[in-house]
Design a protein around this ligand. Structure first.
Ligand code: AMP
Length: 420
């Protein structure tokens, strides 16, 4: 029997990658602080209803992609496929409407979707999520888009495209749906099977179908702009004005509808040419009806989610600075057997002084220990042996300069502190 492996579409983030994640998350925390967003930790599972009602019954996420299970108490629970619905639930449940508005919150963590795994698409993946709840000001839409761009710029990402659209609201979208339905009805036989079934249920989703035939058909499809109600039109104009005033370039794309039903007015994505088929590094928009869909009061909101795996993928491809790879300052080498206690005690003294120190725990020879020191990028090694011990000294070697000296044991820590 072979050892059990992780399920398909699930990755281990190993130490050679995890430090890059930490860099991205630390940068996110800094940017969040600059914009007045506070971190929130949300549960990984919620009542299934939160997502089926919030995201929408006819969306791909709810229809095909949720990890839903019944717990031992007979409740239907779902591993969160995204964070926005949970964020709104947390706002309502914790009565954040009584605090300063808008509530500006961010979180990061794993999301779960039963999708076909491929490069940049996993079944467990991390999202960085920013949400501003409690205001319908178009300027907060602008703020949210500029946070995403500020984050990506701070991480050194280049060649990004901001794509934006308005998906209207319940007052004007039905009229647009009808226009679209009529248009697609005339091309029904050319649509893929999925889009044929979408025609009655969710014709807007045909607009972002990846099938080539459908894409061709959608090129000529009516756009939403002439159908927007006055409020949605004004809102969209203000968002575009705000973006321009910040020098943010954008492309309007009438086919950008996003996969989730809750979007109203602004919908946007930030795309990277580096990612191939899964080219969205971040997606978001306004969702003024989400709260009501999950049984809450009228609560406008806007936000975005960015995929952490995709950010790191782009950063690697674009050779961005990913911060400092973890290293050790000093590796303490045992020159012979039976000096483990002395080695451990020196390692401990170094660590207490804030110096990154490590040692061998495998009783290996000196050559192997030197190799470990180099692998861990140590700048110095300390060699502890019987002869040195009897004389009360330790050999300290600067690996970069190949210099070595004997230092009295009580002076070793301060000597190294001065030299690293
Ligand atoms: P969405 O919630 O679908 O709008 O996705 C927002 C962002 O999350 C996307 O732009 C991706 O960066 C990331 N993302 C979504 N689904 C996946 C997935 N299955 N695997 C990896 N990243 C994903």
């Amino acid at each position: 029997m072979s050892a059990i492996k992780a399920p398909r579409g699930v990755r281990d983030i190993l130490p050679d990658e995890s430090w890059k994640w930490a860099f991205v998350l630390n940068t996110t925390m800094e940017i969040a602080g600059n914009y007045g967003y506070s971190e929130i930790h949300l549960p990984v599972f919620e009542h299934t209803e939160l997502f089926s009602r919030g995201i929408g019954e006819t969306t791909d996420v709810v229809e095909k992609e949720m990890y839903t299970f019944t717990d031992r108490g007979g409740r239907s629970l779902t591993l969160r496929p995204e964070a926005t619905a949970s964020m709104v639930r947390a706002y309502l449940q914790n009565k954040m409407q009584n605090g300063i508005q808008p509530a500006k919150l961010w979180c990061a963590g794993p999301m779960f979707r039963y999708e076909r795994p491929q490069k940049g698409r996993y079944r467990q993946f991390w999202q960085i999520d920013f949400e501003a709840l409690g205001t319908s000001s178009p300027m907060v839409d602008v703020e949210v888009i500029s946070i995403a761009l500020d984050l990506f710029n701070s991480l050194g990402l280049s060649n990004l495209d901001v794509v934006i659209n308005s998906v209207g609201c319940p007052a004007c979208r039905p009229q647009y749906r009808e226009k679209l339905k009529n248009y697609f009805q005339n091309r029904f036989n050319d649509l893929c099977h999925t889009c044929q079934s979408r025609l009655d249920r969710n014709p807007l989703r045909i607009l972002d179908c990846k099938n080539e035939n459908c894409r061709e058909i959608t090129e000529e499809a009516p756009d939403i702009y002439s159908s927007l109600c006055g409020e949605c039109k004004d809102h969209f104009d203000m968002v575009l004005k705000g973006l321009s005033s910040l020098g943010i370039h954008y492309q309007m794309d009438k086919r950008l509808v996003r996969g989730l039903d809750y979007y109203t007015k602004t919908a946007f994505e930030i795309l990277s040419g580096e990612l191939g088929a899964q080219n969205a590094v971040c997606g978001g928009g306004r969702y003024d009806n989400l709260s009501e869909a999950i049984g809450g009061p009228d609560l406008p909101g806007v936000g975005f989610a960015a995929g952490l795996e995709r950010i790191v993928l782009i950063m690697e491809q674009q050779n961005c600075n990913l911060g400092e790879e973890p290293h050790i300052d000093v590796y303490v080498i045992a020159a012979e057997k039976d000096v483990d206690v002395e080695v451990m005690s020196l390692v401990s003294d170094l660590r207490t002084a804030g110096i990154k120190a490590d040692m061998d725990f495998m009783c290996r020879g000196m050559k192997a220990q030197f190799k470990s020191a180099l692998n861990k990028s140590a700048s110095h090694v300390c060699i502890v042996g019987g002869d040195e011990l009897s004389r009360g000294v330790v050999t300290v070697k600067n690996l970069g300069r190949s210099e070595q000296s004997e230092i009295a044991r009580p002076e070793v820590v301060s000597f190294i502190k001065q030299n690293i």
